[in-house]
Design a protein. Structure first.
Length: 441
């Protein structure tokens, strides 16, 4: 619970630091309402819409309301999917407002000791250190390979967990060994004629938990004629920090990544995770007030490109024969890939080019699946409502393969398949894994 003293401090910080011009850009027109999952799933509560949240922020700035628990709850329940931004006629940067507001709240309130401990462990102790990410993933791998997982399932230990977490345990990917995670390439040559020299942002979770997808990404880039440089000193993108009110840590990570990539002479910096790519693309906003890093951040963001965009740019799908066994495929947009990176057509172009694929567009493919980083853990009830809706739309396509382009979305769709009892009929797969399947076939 936020004390009166903390509320007063938060309110003062809102007055001093929130971008009032941006708040005033919102015309309250309501174009954002049909795009907002929390507005829809909450029963059309105005306080859980982008327009409503902006109005609340402005009211705090003006001293009309206090930043109490209801205000905080409204911001907490937001997915940060940013589906409101593409439809906004005024071009309101809602995502930036949301991150600024969360940061000001979290930096001016005192969390309980357990919450402080968890936040410190996650935001400072784990994600900024790739060796620790590898160690944690290694423990998961040991759990999977040692037989402990089999025993835990047989004796019913997982029944002690909340239903959603127990189901998530079933859909965790089979993770690589510690040796595999530590033996990562730093440079890969193009196969055939070279088109570009690219830097590859390998990420923290992507290069541990989802390492085979990173390997598939690099193989596709090589086949597309890209020389690849993977700097060893790159770090977590900082998205989790930025979305959770840890902006200072996000800035530190941003600086590490900019420094790691800026002297590579790369034409592009390639990502394969929509959430990471979108936050990397926002580094220029994150560091806009830093005179030393502002221009360096802008130069960095101008090179960010999703793997699907570079493959379409070099006409990979026209030059390489792609084929899989006949199957119905649908695509679930990564919110940040679509809404922030503006990448929606390229993944569909690639999927439709695969021989053997019958592509069927899912209704509301652009609506958030409810993953949103750790949202499906901290806001399970709302997340599962969104997933249930998404699975209805997926089932209506009769697809046996659901494709997405972000690790969180991938796990969420796997979770949906498991919850619906469809594991024998359907699978969820990252787009690069399906593309490499098509190349191998």
């Amino acid at each position: 619970m936020t004390t009166a003293k903390e509320q007063a401090r938060i309110q003062q910080q809102f007055k001093e630091k929130m971008n009032e011009d941006e708040l005033l850009n919102c015309m309250r027109c309501g174009f954002c309402l049909p795009t907002c999952p929390t507005y829809i799933e909450s029963g059309y509560q105005e306080s859980h819409s982008p327009r409503g949240r902006i109005a609340l922020m402005k009211a705090v700035v003006d001293g009309l309301i206090e930043p109490d628990e209801d205000f905080e709850r409204s911001l907490e329940l937001c997915l940060g999917c940013r589906a409101c931004e593409p439809v906004c006629p005024s071009g309101v940067n809602y995502g930036h407002l949301l991150e600024d507001a969360r940061d000001l709240i979290n930096q001016n309130k005192k969390f309980s000791l357990p919450v402080r401990a968890v936040r410190k462990a996650v935001f400072q102790g784990l994600f900024p250190h790739q060796n620790r990410m590898q160690s944690l993933t290694g423990l998961i791998g040991f759990y999977q390979r040692s037989g402990i997982q089999t025993i835990a399932r047989k004796i019913g230990f997982l029944s002690l967990l909340p239903d959603s977490l127990a189901t998530m345990e079933k859909v965790l990917p089979h993770v690589p060994t510690m040796k595999e995670m530590k033996n990562r390439p730093a440079h890969l040559p193009a196969i055939g004629n070279q088109n570009y020299r690219v830097g590859f942002f390998s990420g923290c979770l992507m290069d541990t938990m989802f390492m085979p997808t990173n390997d598939a990404t690099m193989k596709l880039l090589q086949l597309a004629g890209c020389e690849i440089v993977i700097p060893k000193d790159q770090a977590c993108c900082g998205a989790l920090h930025g979305h959770s009110g840890e902006k200072a840590s996000a800035k530190d990570l941003a600086k590490r990544n900019i420094q790691a990539f800026e002297d590579l002479g790369a034409d592009f910096i390639i990502t394969n995770a929509g959430g990471c790519g979108a936050f990397l693309l926002d580094y220029d906003h994150l560091l806009k007030d830093d005179p030393i890093w502002r221009e360096r951040a802008k130069a960095f963001t101008e090179k960010i490109k999703d793997i699907s965009e570079i493959l379409v740019a070099v006409r990979f799908h026209e030059k390489v024969e792609l084929e899989v066994p006949e199957q119905v495929v649908t695509y679930q947009d990564s919110c940040h890939l679509r809404n922030v990176m503006k990448t929606a057509a390229a993944p569909r172009t690639l999927l439709k080019a695969i021989k053997g694929v019958e592509y069927r567009e899912m209704k509301d493919a652009d609506r958030c699946c409810g993953s949103a980083g750790i949202y499906n853990i901290v806001e399970t009830e709302m997340s599962m409502k969104m997933l249930d809706y998404k699975m209805v739309q997926a089932k209506d396509t009769f697809a046996s393969t659901i494709v997405t382009a972000n690790p969180g979305c991938l796990l969420q769709m796997k979770l949906g398949i498991e919850r619906e009892g469809l594991t024998a009929k359907a699978r969820a797969v990252h787009i690069v894994d399906l593309l490499l399947e098509a190349v191998k076939a």
